[in-house]
Design a protein around this ligand. Structure first.
Ligand code: B12
Ligand code: SF4
Length: 601
């Protein structure tokens, strides 16, 4: 078999979460991942596809998902078996600060001479500090690393020093650290392919599905994502992916958009192998209404489930056009708070009236379901305002009680079938994003930070409960209040959802039981933390592990509430096989054509 040039490893948030007793809390309740954050960055597939098109061999190994799925999975054995020219590890999300660095150490333990490359938004932010860890050799900065990574791999394979590789932070043989300029930041997103065709090919090539699965429940709920852009136009207060953060830390002056036609093609390509919902990441209106309408024209007639996120209200006219183009559409909006004052302080400038108009227009346009996300830990938000947000959810559920038309294809599986509006509330956790306005100027925005450096965050991830992991508190709520209001809001919203038939009685009872258990555990852990004798403290915390593990998943809501009902056929294996075959044929014909043209020469 041809040698693999690069292995991309995705680490769990905490290594080894299977041994540690940590009450992670509701940190991942509203994303598909568990608290291990086992989902790898969408960029893994773009990087792999790009490098393969340039003649390099790449393999993805999702260590986090393997560890989750198999308690006996031997990470070191897996790492020992791999022999690429280089390893790449993502530190995209800061919650991987512990796992990513530990995995780098293990790689160096078993392959001391193989380079370790880090990348992702958090790696970019902390690139200089990462050089203090001997297991990390290179950091490629920025949001578009396909081409710099290709150049670096060539240097590694040819034994050259990478002085000219853009965006690279590296250590030379004498131990000197070099910061190459952050100059590579493509204007648009048309140089990469983000349709998972690499994954489909690689699964067949390596006969290995287990390492490519993006998150634990994916085979049962194969949701995929299509990326509209890198960067953002907005400046939400707590977001490390804001326009300002991209400008100051990731080398991007303005967002890079994928052309609407290419985006529509990505979605159609995904539909060839997956019948699951496709989540279009980033508001399609960000590049302007013309751009959005070109997308609607290009996607016209799409019959799959398309989930779109709107960063703010939309007009009746636009929603009607959307409903016509993609009749099975689902929307996600994050008003963050019912309070217009809190929402404004966050950086979202619209009223509840505009929000409710949008909800109504969307329903009228045939929207199948509308998810609303509210957050806890915001500027100007008090315990009382959090509870009022929950009351507002009740109001919305009463106002929009009309059932959405049934989803097609047939509604089987999933949990979120009933109802139209689905509200969720969860804490800003575990970390306030580095690079966000609130992180960079905490006092000016009413935030107080507990940790700033990468090392502080790495260590914080080992604290026994999410209250101690949180890297911030606000002028309006301290850590205890953030935790308490989260659980109280969770209990109240759960009861409201049960009353409106969004969750059945059994499920609501299970959620309530889990929340009450988590509240008891938080208190017990607080008592243990104050024990001075470290040995005794550790022993008591370890004894709590079975209970902690049971309380860790889906705390303030059931994760399956996020899911749309699906038909029986979720992954279209015959079509995926056909896709692989057509790729192989295309490759062979290309080789044949090259040979023929060489012969002609
Ligand atoms: C889309 C998105 C998601 C999607 C992720 C889809 C996916 N699989 O990637 C979903 C909704 C699932 C999600 C979840 C989360 N997200 Co998010 N997300 C975003 C968003 C809106 C866009 C990200 C994006 O544009 N990616 C595209 C580019 C930038 O990344 P990429 O293509 O994947 O990778 C490129 C580079 O990063 C780099 N790279 C990445 N990995 C590697 C590895 C190597 C070796 C190399 C060389 C390069 C490299 O190269 C790639 C291609 O060139 C940003 C906000 C923003 N505007 O950026 C937040 C953002 C990235 N998310 C964030 C957070 C905190 C989270 C969560 C932790 C939230 C939570 N508590 O649940 C989870 C983590 C989920 C998990 N891992 O399990 C923060 C991260 C801040 C930080 N520094 O930690 C951001 C900045 C803002 C925010 N608060 O939402 N997110
Ligand atoms: S939270 Fe705000 S700034 Fe961040 S990606 Fe979303 S819209 Fe952009």
């Amino acid at each position: 078999m041809t040698k693999t040039n690069l292995v991309l490893l995705h680490a769990p948030s905490v290594y080894d979460f299977r041994q540690e007793s940590i009450l992670y809390g509701p940190v991942s309740d509203v994303v598909p991942s568990t608290t291990v954050f086992e989902m790898y960055p969408i960029g893994f597939t773009a990087l792999a596809e790009y490098l393969e098109q340039h003649g390099l061999r790449v393999r993805i190994v999702n260590l986090a998902v393997r560890m989750l799925n198999d308690a006996g999975f031997d990470v070191e054995k897996q790492i020992r078996r791999l022999h690429p020219d280089a390893f790449g590890i993502d530190l995209h999300w800061l919650p991987h600060a512990h796992g990513a660095i530990e995995i780098a150490r293990l790689v160096k333990k078993h392959h001391p001479h193989t380079p370790v490359i880090f990348g992702g938004l958090s790696a970019t932010y902390y690139h200089q500090e990462l050089m203090d860890y001997p297991a990390v050799d290179y950091v490629i900065r920025g949001d578009s690393t396909e081409e710099p990574l290709r150049q670096l791999l060539r240097c590694i394979m040819e034994g050259r020093e990478p002085h000219d590789v853009p965006n690279l932070t590296w250590r030379d043989a004498e131990g000197n650290v070099h910061l190459n300029p952050l100059t590579y930041s493509p204007e648009n997103l048309n140089h990469v392919l983000i349709d998972y065709s690499y994954v489909v090919k690689a699964v067949a090539r390596y006969r290995d599905l287990a390492n490519f699965v993006p998150f634990q429940r994916w085979l049962g709920y194969p949701i995929t994502a299509a990326l509209t852009c890198r960067g953002c136009r907005h400046n939400c207060l707590t977001c490390g992916g804001s326009a300002r953060a991209f400008r100051e830390f990731y080398g991007r002056a303005r967002p890079a958009f994928r052309s609407p036609e290419a985006l529509a093609q990505d979605i159609r390509n995904i539909q060839r192998f997956s019948k699951g919902p496709i989540f279009v990441l980033g508001d399609i209106r960000q590049a302007g209404l013309d751009h959005a309408e070109r997308f609607l024209n290009a996607i016209e007639g799409f019959d799959g489930q398309l989930m779109l996120e709107f960063f703010g209200p939309a007009s009746r006219d636009f929603l009607q056009k959307l409903g016509k183009a993609a009749p099975n559409f689902v929307l996600e909006i994050s008003p963050e708070s019912h309070s217009e004052e809190v929402r404004r302080a966050f950086g979202r400038y619209y009223s509840n009236e505009e929000l409710e108009d949008t909800i109504g227009h969307a329903l009228e346009a045939g929207c199948q379901r509308l998810d609303l996300f509210f957050m806890i830990g915001l500027a100007r938000q008090t315990y009382q305002t959090v509870m009022e947000t929950v009351d507002y959810c009740d109001h919305l559920l009463r106002r929009f009680s009309r059932r959405a038309p049934p989803l097609s294809p047939p509604t089987l599986g999933g949990m979120g079938g009933a109802g139209y509006v689905h509200p969720f509330i969860s804490p800003l956790a575990p970390f306030l994003d580095p690079g966000s306005l609130a992180f960079e100027e905490p006092e000016a925005h009413g935030y107080r930070l507990f940790y700033r450096s990468l090392e502080e965050h790495r260590q914080a991830l080992l604290r026994p409960s999410w209250k101690y992991v949180l890297n911030y508190e606000t002028e309006w709520m301290n850590r205890d209040e953030i935790v308490a209001s989260t659980y109280e809001a969770g209990l109240r919203l759960n009861a409201i959802k049960a009353r409106h038939g969004l969750v059945d009685r059994q499920q609501a009872e299970a959620v309530e039981k889990r929340i009450r258990k988590a509240v008891r555990l938080i208190k017990q852990i607080d008592d243990m933390v104050s024990i001075a004798d470290e040995k005794r403290r550790t022993k008591l915390l370890r004894a709590l592990k079975p209970q902690v593990d049971a309380a860790n998943l889906s705390t303030v809501c059931d994760k399956r509430e996020l899911e749309l009902p699906l038909g029986w056929l979720k992954l279209n294996i015959p079509k995926a096989a056909l896709l692989i075959l057509s790729n192989l044929v295309a490759k062979a014909t290309k080789g044949f054509r090259r040979a023929v043209s060489k012969g002609v020469e």
